[in-house]
Ligand binder design. Structure first.
Ligand SMILES: NC(=O)c1ccc[n+]([C@@H]2O[C@H](COP(=O)([O-])OP(=O)(O)OC[C@H]3O[C@@H](n4cnc5c(N)ncnc54)[C@H](OP(=O)(O)O)[C@@H]3O)[C@@H](O)[C@H]2O)c1
Length: 235
């Protein structure tokens, strides 16, 4: 897909991977709308990305239809690409597992992502065209110590990706999953402060490059899943 002139919606575009992806897509001529929970962060991101912005919490399931409708209106009734990027994480050992943390993470990473996508898909089906990129994680592929909640939420995202691939390919809709390993962002930081880049760790630039490469492939094909590792993160 040539992204020039395409309408692209990115959930969680006020920081990190979503923000960098929005900037590059706008530079390539796309009309981009980013979402986030906080007006101030969104306004700052608007300066950096030149995207349109909308504030809502994707875990607010009661208002998800209304919020999706607002996004559709802002983008003039057409969405060519949906990048499901908003996500949060926690670290709990098995002893620390509790329903509040499970729900907090699943409400955003899984239920919010799925219910929001449900609202956008009919537009794509009507046009027999569209690309959905779910941002998973290498935690979608393999569990790890203290990862019970986050990793199981990202396994669920991978499952949604595969189910939607089966349902939506007959409608010419491509559903792709991009799985980054550790990226230096504000992820997991309750103060939402972005981390400094580190030479041997991934930055938002490699991930935005991967996401956009997936989208830019000719529409007759698609990358079902893409894993991104740092070359040598070990020292
Ligand atoms: N960083 C990593 O190491 C890493 C590795 C693998 C996968 N990932 C995945 O990549 C995606 C982006 O992560 P990131 O590193 O860019 O994290 P980030 O810097 O924390 O950014 C997350 C974005 O999601 C938004 N967001 C969070 N909760 C939201 C909610 N309830 N409703 C609406 N927006 C919400 C945040 O905005 P506000 O806080 O302003 O709402 C922000 O724009 C996530 O799905 C994450 O799981 C990250």
């Amino acid at each position: 897909m040539n992204v020039k002139g395409k309408n692209i919606l990115i959930t969680g575009g006020s920081l990190g991977i979503g923000k960098e992806t929005a900037k590059v897509l706008v530079d390539k001529g796309a009309n981009v709308l980013i979402t986030g929970r906080l007006q101030n962060r969104l306004k700052e991101a608007r300066i950096y990305t030149k995207s349109k912005i909308i504030e809502f919490d994707i875990s607010d399931h009661k208002n998800i239809s209304e919020n999706a409708e607002k996004c559709i209106d802002i983008l003039g009734g057409r969405i060519d690409v949906l990048i499901n990027n908003a996500g949060i994480g926690v670290k709990n050992s098995i002893n620390e597992l509790n329903i509040e943390d499970f729900l907090k993470v699943f409400n955003v990473n899984v239920f919010g992502l799925a219910l929001f996508t449900k609202e956008i898909v009919p537009l794509m089906i009507k046009k027999s065209f569209g690309t959905i990129v779910n941002i998973g994680s290498t935690a979608s592929l393999k569990g790890y110590k203290n990862g019970s909640i986050y990793s199981s939420s990202k396994f669920a995202v991978r499952c949604l990706t595969q189910c939607w691939q089966a349902e939506l390919r007959p409608h010419n809709i491509r559903v792709c999953q991009v799985n980054p390993s550790e990226v230096t962002t504000a992820f997991g930081n309750p103060k939402r402060v972005e981390r400094e880049n580190v030479d041997n760790k991934l930055t938002t630039k490699e991930i935005s490059h991967s996401i956009i490469s997936v989208i830019e492939m000719e529409d007759r094909g698609f990358i079902n899943e893409l894993n991104i590792w740092a070359t040598n993160p070990f020292n």
